[in-house]
Design a protein around this ligand. Sequence first.
Ligand SMILES: Cc1ncc(COP(=O)(O)O)c(C=O)c1O
Length: 456
Amino acid sequence: MSRDIKRGWEPPYITPHRHDNNKFGRRASRDNCCQRIDGIDVDYLMERYGSPLFIASERRLRENVRRVRTAFERHYQPVVHGWSYKTNYTSAVCSILAQEGSWAEVVSAFEYEKARALGVPGERIIFNGPCKKRPILERAIAERARLHVDHLDELELIERIARERGEVVPVTLRLNFNTGYTDPWSRFGFNLESGQAHSAATRIKRSPNLHLTGLHSHIGTFILETRAFAEQVRLMCGFMKAVEADGGCLIDTIDIGGGLPSRNALQGIYLPPEQAVPAVEEFAAAICAALEEGLTDRDLPRPTLIIESGRAVVDDAISLATTVVGTKRLPDGRPAAVLDAGINAMLTALWYHHPVKLTKPKEGDREDTVLYGPMCMNIDVMRHSVQLPPLNAGDTLVFNPVGAYNNTQWLQFIEYRPAIVLVHADGDHSVIREAEVLADMNRHDRLPPHLQSLTP
Ligand SMILES: Cc1ncc(COP(=O)(O)O)c(C=O)c1O
């Protein structure tokens, strides 16, 4: 009997074949380097401020938000950009966007308080989200924030507060529906197809303390299909006309949420971002055309169009610079490098193949290389496979775009969270968020007296 038979049957296992070739044979990595950001040497910034390091470009951030707003204003006015705080609520980022005229779109008590602490007036705060408790709602109502209602319990709570204050509070209804192009985000807001949204509008109409003034929906994120937004606007306009025809309300804002893609490389999309991602101008043209069409035969003042673009505004404005701390060959022969930044800092590595470049040109044949982060966890992979020349400890790399959802979703897990530096529009630079130190982590820990010494 052979040894194999003695060992018995073993279940087969499947190893995913991860690579950056797409079906057209393209390699995701490019030959060029990222030596400078807005004219400032990246290695110099890392020597001065430490590694890893997030590097934000004020110039790019301002350009991006202006481009988004202009793209829409070319076809429709008035337009307001609401800055989605959850995308990146670093104070300097929020302040730059407030200076650019963006309102704040917040989804929690923390984000609301943050916007107010930065000086954003209540009337310029869009208060979204499914969990608004009474104390923060009371404050938001007193400060005339724009309330986007998520569910019936919230509507009733707002009504109670309004009644107690003897006021009529304007509210916006968040709608959800199926555009046929994206998976509906049906857990937020009131459903259109089931009649729930109509019932909520009737409920508001009958209340002496509520007034329906706006409609909102957010159909998803990183949407590549312009027709999805056009259909969203068509459905919203249909609903607007229906509730206005019912009497008792005039819709003055149509808020289409976020969802525009950034020029990032989403996993599972094979075309390079520059081919896969339509320009913001194409989205704006489709959305505004649908809005104009939706407003025909409506002899009332034009509603303000609110867009809450997050990732399209901030993603490519921020990079993550990181250092190779060691290299190795994996048993299957692939080269691998351990970086000092991992998914603790860049959680979006779970969804994107982030483009990554060396800060300096390097000789040597390129190979499919695995880039690991520093955490002692198997999931900590920054790139499963990227073509790079042979790496050595001390080499420095830059990931970009990383500005969306990393400086908010990053984890305090195993490692300290790194600093963020801003390259100012005038070429100067400064830290806009300090790297964490032990005291930051220990600040909230409390030791009962019997644990204050390590001898019992
Ligand atoms: C209500 C709302 N507005 C805006 C955004 C920002 O989306 P994006 O980054 O896709 O533009 C989100 C993100 O989930 C959201 O839920």
